[in-house]
Design a protein around this ligand. Structure first.
Ligand SMILES: Cc1ncc(COP(=O)(O)O)c(C=O)c1O
Length: 453
């Protein structure tokens, strides 16, 4: 927001008119920072921006020209709420690339994946209803869950994704309190924000639990095709066949977030309610965008484009991991994603990353404080770093600046507590020891000692 926030006095004038829901509304950790991070002098490792500078302009121009020649009037017109058949055929292709056969009638095209989270929550949640989500969870889902007054219960995440083995006990406890969750929300592949990937045994177990307990799962999968290491895991949707798993897909990270198109696949009764919700929200998603995507898919290069993105992202991830090893104090730990756009860093618990951000912004560098990825106040000593939106040199400089601020805090704490003698360094794995194959999905790496000088 470029305008200053309203003052208390401004708010009082309208206070009696606001719904009780607005009291629960939260601002998204990333959106809040956009005004600051768009300043050219700021290095932003905060956003979730995929690289778009690599997209071939001639491909864009050809798609636009084809629409102008063949379907101008239609592109400028409203479309059906559930989306155009031509676009649904592209979605069928994308889902087939992750081994998910699907019928166009079982999906609704949405205005980005974000709208799916909104519509599913609107459809299933009354105030106080429980959603089970990973801890940390996608920071963009936090304001959505808050605005529908959901009660979110987090399940911790480790290097193999959500700790599904904790679920049965948690669900028993909740049911004992008369609080049966309405759905389980998960980003199983290259999770935003932690970069971790749910292992196959956990995927199977989650689907088994959902079926046994007749619980819905929302599988949010923007990053499944953004893999540059390891073998693909089957999606929850493909393991479950679509009985209890609702599936969220998006074109944002495989093509463009500006095009604002996503989709949801869900069991027909749920889909019908979602359709009603979408009619009320925006009638239909942009017809122009849908035809653009169709024209682009007809060029037959969409998979090559994703391959090119993955090459760029891999190099940037490597730059970030190297810079973290070089510039972060050795008490820090971080994940090692095999795909997607994010690294999750956990610092010693005496560091509050929300406070640290204010200090980092003075040095013109931004990240997302971990608190924004929880609804229960946790995450205060973690941060999310994005590596897809900046080139390698910028990433290195950004991490260097953050590392300096972190090191200052560590030193200050040491001085105040007298605990300034560092513990024995943890040993880093050598290249040969680094995880390979399916296991390479994500790891919490022990820290390397900071290089002298
Ligand atoms: C896990 C996850 N879900 C949903 C979204 C929403 O994306 P969009 O609305 O651009 O499709 C994002 C965007 O970063 C995301 O990371």
């Amino acid at each position: 927001m470029s305008r200053p926030r309203s003052t208390k006095r401004d708010l009082e004038r309208y206070a009696g008119l606001f719904s009780s829901r607005t009291r629960e509304m939260k601002s998204s950790a990333m959106r809040d920072m956009m005004a600051v991070t768009q300043r050219p002098e700021v290095i932003s490792l905060a956003g979730g921006l995929p690289e778009t500078g690599n997209f071939p302009p001639e491909s864009f121009a050809a798609a636009a020209q084809r629409i102008a020649d063949e379907s101008c009037a239609r592109a400028l017109q409203y479309g059906p709420t559930e989306g155009l058949d031509e676009l649904k055929a592209c979605i069928v292709e994308v889902m087939a690339a992750e081994e998910m056969p699907v019928d166009g009638d079982d999906m609704i095209v949405t205005t980005g994946g974000q709208q799916v989270i909104d519509l599913v929550t609107k459809t299933l949640i009354d105030p106080g209803d429980v959603i089970v989500a990973e801890g940390p969870t996608y920071p963009g889902a936090v304001p959505t869950f808050s605005s529908y007054q959901a009660h979110v219960v987090h399940v911790d995440v480790d290097a193999e994704g959500m700790k599904v083995e904790l679920l049965d006990d948690l669900l028993d406890r909740l049911e004992g309190e008369g609080r049966r969750p309405k759905f389980i929300y998960t980003v199983p592949s290259f999770q935003n924000p932690a970069g971790v990937t749910m292992s196959l045994p956990r995927r199977r177990q989650l689907v088994e639990i959902a079926n046994r307990r007749e619980l819905l799962v929302l599988e949010d999968n923007p990053y499944g095709l953004l893999r540059y290491e390891g073998a693909a895991n089957p999606t929850l949707r493909s393991l479950d066949g679509g009985v209890y798993v609702m599936y969220l897909g998006t074109f944002s990270k495989i093509l463009s977030p500006g095009i604002r198109l996503g989709w949801v696949v869900a069991p027909p009764p749920v889909l019908e309610k979602i359709n009603l919700g979408k009619q009320a929200a925006d009638l239909c998603s942009s017809t122009l965008s849908q035809l653009m995507v169709r024209a682009y898919f007809d060029q037959g290069i969409w998979r090559d484009y994703i391959d090119s993105l993955n090459e760029i992202h891999r190099a940037r991830r490597d730059a970030m991991l190297d810079a973290l090893a070089e510039f972060f104090p050795r008490q820090a730990e971080w994940t090692r994603p095999g795909g997607g756009l994010f690294v999750w860093v956990t610092l010693p618990d005496f560091i509050d990353t929300t406070d640290l951000l204010a200090r980092a912004l003075r040095d013109n560098v931004a990240f997302v404080p971990g608190e924004g990825a929880y609804l229960d106040g946790r995450g205060r000593s973690s941060m999310r770093l994005n590596f897809s939106g900046s080139d390698e040199d910028t990433i290195r400089e950004g991490v260097r600046r953050i590392g300096e601020v972190v090191a200052e805090q560590v030193a200050l704490y040491g001085t105040l507590t007298g605990e300034d003698r560092p513990p024995e360094p943890k040993r880093s794995p050598s290249a040969e020891e680094a995880p390979k194959g399916e296991d390479a999905g994500a790891r919490v790496l022990p820290m390397r000692r900071r290089r002298a000088g």
